[in-house]
Design a protein around this ligand. Structure first.
Ligand code: ATP
Ligand code: MG
Length: 550
C-alpha cells in the first residue's frame, strides 16, 4: 500500500479505513485543473498526491479539465497542462476527461432541482444579491424570487440557457437556507448567463455552471471516491454534500481538504503568474525564474527532483510557507547524483602552452560522472587553452595558493600539470595571456620532481570549444513573502534577478547538448541548454542552480 515505510498521512489513513469498512471498493482520485494558466509547483503537490494515492491503493487517478468558465480558458493552456503532467512522470487512467462534456447532464440535474423545488431563477443583480447575503454574524434575507412557481422557473431557466435573457439579469440559485451560519449555503448561484462561446463546447451554451455546483457532479459522474482539494474549500464542503444528497448522482464522492503549498520568494497563483507574464515582468510562463512546471523544466530542474520535494512535504490540514531552499536542496541533490560533468569557462583567459607545437591536438578522455557510469567524453587538448581569469594571480599568495601564478603550478582538470612563466597585459592593465610550460608525464601522475600543485583548474581548448552565453537567474522576488500582507507582489520583482554572461567557452562536446538536459559545469554549478535559439547562433545555457547554497 503506502511505500517508503513512511507513516501514513491522514488521507492515506482515511482511504485505508474506507476500503476496510467497505465504504468504497476502489480508490478513485482526480487532478482537476482549470485550463486558465500553466501549472506551477503548487499543482505539482496536488498531482503527486492524487496520482500516488491511486497508485498506492491500486485505484485510478483521472485527469479532468474543470473547463466550466470560458472567459479565461484556452486550448493552449490545456495542451501545456497535459505536457507538464506527463513530463512530471504521471499518466492518468482512461481518456482525458472534460467537465464541458458533462454540460448536458449538469443542465438536466439543474432542471431536476427546480422540479423538486430546490432551485429557482433569481433576478437580483450581483449588488443586491451581495446585500441580501448577510455577513458572518448576521443572517441573509430571502430573495423575493424564492417562491416563483416551478413552471415559471423551468421556463426562465430555459430562456437563460437559450440566450433569451441578458447577462447579469438573472441566475439560477439553489434554495437552501439564507440564515445558515455557513455563507456557502445561503442560496448559492448554480448558473450564470455568459454569452460566450466555449473553446470545446462551441456556442451551444449561454449559461455556465458555478464551481460549487459543477465540481461535485463531475466527481460523482466519474465515481471519484475521494475528492481532494485545498483548505480554502473547507467551508464549501457542506454545499458539496448538499448537491450530492439532493441530486440522483450515480455515486457519492466525498471531499477532503489539505494544506496548499506556498513557497517563500515566489507566487503560486495563476492569477498572479498571469499578471507577471502579461505585464512583461518575466519572459513568458516558462521564464526560468518562475516556479511553473514549464519554467523549472526550461531551467533544467529534473522532474524527479520536483517529485522528491513534493513527497517530502507534509500532507497537513494547515497552510504553510515552505522555504524555497527546501526545493533547492532536492534539485541540488538530484543534479549532483545524476548530471553529467562538463567544463565551461565563464570568464576566459588565454593560456599558451609554449612547449607544445602549434598543431598539437590530443584527445584526452574523462568520465562523465565520478560515481555512476554515464560513459566517457573526449576533451581535445591543444597548445592554446582558456582558463578562468580568476584562476590566475599576478602575485603568489599563501591564501590563494591554489591559483596559477608565475613560477607556480596547477593541474588542469583531467589533464596535465602546467607551470606559469610570464604573462601579457593590455593597455588597460588587464592580463590577457599567460604563457606556461606543460610538465610531461603528469597525466594522472604527480610531477617527478615531487613539487605537487595545490590547485586543480578547469579549462577548455581554445581551438576546439563551443562559444556560448550563460543566463543566470536569481530569486524573482526580493521579499520572502511577496504576496503576503499588504505587499504588492509586482513591486517586489527584483530587476537584477536575470543576468547574461557573454563570451563563455564550453567544452566541445556540449555542441550536442540536449535542450533542458542538465550538466554540472565543474566548479561552477548546474546548467542546461535553453530551449530558445539566439539570433547570434550562440548556444545559451541556463544556470539551473549554483553548486552550493549561499
Ligand atoms: P491557482 O490559485 O493557482 O489559480 P487553482 O486552485 O485555482 O490554483 P486549479 O487549476 O483549480 O487551480 O487547481 C487544480 C488543482 O490543484 C486543485 O485541486 C487545487 O486544489 C490544486 N492546487 C492548486 N494550487 C495549489 C497549491 N498551491 N498547493 C496545492 N494544491 C494546489
Ligand atoms: Mg481554481
Amino acid at each position: 500500500m503506502a511505500d517508503d515505510n513512511k507513516p501514513l498521512n491522514f488521507i492515506q489513513q482515511l482511504m485505508a479505513k474506507d476500503l476496510e469498512a467497505g465504504i468504497v471498493d476502489k480508490i478513485v482520485t482526480r487532478f482537476p485543473p482549470e485550463p486558465n494558466g500553466y501549472l506551477h509547483i503548487g499543482h505539482a503537490k496536488s498531482i503527486c498526491l492524487n496520482f500516488d494515492l491511486a497508485r498506492q491503493f491500486g485505484g485510478d487517478c483521472h485527469l479532468r479539465f474543470d473547463d466550466t468558465n470560458p472567459e479565461k480558458e484556452t486550448e493552449e493552456y490545456t495542451q501545456s497542462i497535459i505536457k507538464d503532467i506527463q513530463w512530471l512522470g504521471f499518466q492518468w487512467d482512461g481518456e482525458i476527461r472534460y467537465a464541458s462534456d458533462y454540460f448536458d447532464q449538469f443542465y438536466a440535474w439543474a432542471q431536476y432541482l427546480v422540479r423538486d423545488g430546490k432551485a429557482y431563477v433569481c433576478k437580483l443583480d450581483s449588488d443586491e444579491m451581495r446585500k441580501n447575503r448577510g455577513t458572518l454574524t448576521t443572517p441573509g434575507a430571502n430573495s423575493p424570487f424564492r417562491e416563483t412557481s416551478i413552471e415559471e422557473n423551468l421556463e426562465l431557466l430555459k430562456n437563460m440557457k437559450n440566450g433569451l435573457a441578458e447577462e447579469g439579469s438573472m441566475t439560477l440559485r439553489a434554495k437552501i437556507d439564507m440564515a445558515s451560519p455557513n455563507i456557502s449555503l445561503r442560496d448559492p448561484v448554480m448558473y450564470r448567463i455568459k454569452k460566450m462561446a466555449h473553446h470545446r463546447a462551441g456556442d451551444k451554451w449561454s449559461i455556465y455552471p458555478a464551481y460549487d455546483f459543477a465540481h461535485c457532479l463531475e466527481d460523482a459522474i466519474e465515481h471519484v471516491s475521494h475528492s481532494i482539494c485545498t483548505l480554502e474549500f473547507s467551508s464549501n464542503r457542506p454545499l458539496y454534500d448538499w448537491f450530492i444528497s439532493n441530486i440522483p448522482t450515480p455515486s457519492r464522492p466525498r471531499q477532503f481538504e489539505f494544506g496548499r503549498l506556498n513557497l517563500s520568494y515566489s507566487v503560486t497563483s495563476k492569477r498572479k503568474l498571469n499578471k507577471l507574464v502579461d505585464e512583461g515582468h518575466v519572459d513568458g510562463w516558462d521564464d526560468p525564474r518562475l516556479l511553473t512546471i514549464s519554467g523549472m523544466r526550461r531551467r533544467g530542474v529534473p522532474a524527479v527532483a520536483i517529485r522528491n520535494f513534493c513527497n517530502s512535504l507534509a500532507i497537513a490540514k494547515t497552510d504553510g510557507v515552505v522555504d524555497l531552499s527546501q526545493l533547492e536542496f532536492f534539485i541540488r541533490d538530484e543534479l549532483n547524483k545524476s548530471s553529467p560533468r562538463a567544463m565551461a569557462v565563464l570568464d576566459p583567459l588565454k593560456v599558451v602552452i609554449t612547449n607544445l607545437p602549434e598543431e598539437h591536438l590530443e584527445q584526452l578522455v574523462a568520465p562523465c560522472h565520478h560515481e555512476i557510469d554515464l560513459g566517457e567524453r573526449n576533451l581535445p587538448f591543444t597548445r592554446e587553452i582558456y582558463i578562468e581569469a580568476g584562476d590566475f594571480k599576478e602575485e603568489y599568495s599563501k591564501k590563494l595558493n591554489k591559483k596559477l601564478s608565475p613560477g607556480r603550478r596547477v593541474r588542469l582538470r583531467h589533464s596535465y600539470v602546467i607551470e606559469a612563466n610570464d604573462y601579457l597585459k593590455n593597455e588597460k592593465g588587464e592580463v590577457i595571456q599567460v604563457n606556461v610550460t606543460l610538465l610531461p608525464e603528469t597525466l594522472g601522475k604527480d610531477p617527478i620532481d615531487g613539487v605537487k600543485p595545490k590547485g586543480v583548474v578547469h579549462w577548455v581548448s581554445a581551438d576546439n570549444c563551443v562559444e556560448c552565453e550563460i543566463h543566470t537567474y536569481d530569486r524573482l522576488f526580493s521579499d520572502p513573502l511577496p504576496d503576503g500582507g499588504d505587499c504588492n507582489f509586482l513591486e517586489m520583482v527584483e530587476k537584477e534577478s536575470f543576468s547574461i554572461t557573454t563570451n563563455c567557452k564550453a567544452e566541445a562536446g556540449l555542441i550536442d547538448a540536449e535542450v533542458a538536459a542538465p550538466y554540472q559545469f565543474e566548479r561552477q554549478g548546474y546548467f542546461c541548454k535553453d530551449s530558445q535559439n539566439k539570433d547570434s547562433g550562440k548556444l545559451v545555457f541556463n544556470q539551473t542552480i549554483a553548486l552550493r547554497s549561499n
